[in-house]
Write a protein that binds this ligand. Structure first.
Ligand SMILES: [Ca+2]
Length: 186
């Protein structure tokens, strides 16, 4: 809980918490610098989290099979191996959505673009009809030079032969350099 409160405070005072590595993280005017499956995401100009207000990314997908996870990714950011980073974002899943949680994934890449094993998956936001923080600390593995931050919505499984309409919003997505450099890996 202490971490969560720290996160909320940082959203208000993020200049004191390090530099946000993500561009266009408050979705004030569009969803540029983010990409994903066409038709799945769009910009909402009228809805957003309390921190940055209107302007968020809306994701919607008709689930027809086992592809129940959908989302978008930010342009990759440079990272340093063994350094710790702090992710924070706000997710909103309406009760009327078939989505049952939202979560973020950080994938790590080395200098020649290999996707390193073990992406970091953070905690979940469940449907509550309100904005809920998703946050956590991650550490770049050995040889990592880039990270890809993905924000996702995960749906319930559709009934056999049927479909489900799954949707949710994300806003205020941050990826900070932590000031703590860990040396206790051995
Ligand atoms: Ca916003």
């Amino acid at each position: 809980m202490k971490t969560l409160i720290f996160g909320v405070l940082c959203l208000f005072h993020f200049s004191a918490c390090g530099q946000n590595l993500l561009a266009n993280s408050t979705f004030d005017s569009d969803v540029s610098d983010w990409s994903g499956q066409p038709g799945v995401y769009s910009w909402s100009d009228t809805f957003g989290s309390p921190f940055s207000g209107a302007g968020s990314v809306y994701m919607e997908k008709e689930i027809i099979n086992n592809n129940r996870i959908f989302g978008i990714s930010a342009t990759r950011v440079a990272v340093n191996e063994h350094h710790t980073y702090w992710f924070a974002g706000m997710a909103y899943i309406p009760d009327s959505s078939a989505a049952f949680r939202a979560w973020a994934r950080i994938s790590w890449f080395d200098a020649i673009g290999n996707n390193l094993t073990s992406p970091s998956i953070l905690n979940f936001s469940f449907p509550t009809d309100t904005w809920v923080p998703v946050e956590g600390f991650v550490t770049a593995p050995e040889t990592a030079v880039e990270a890809r931050i993905s924000i996702n919505v995960e749906s319930d499984a559709p009934p056999k032969g049927g479909t489900l309409l799954s949707f949710g919003y994300w806003d205020d997505v941050y990826f900070f350099v932590d000031t703590i450099f860990r040396t206790d890996f051995d």
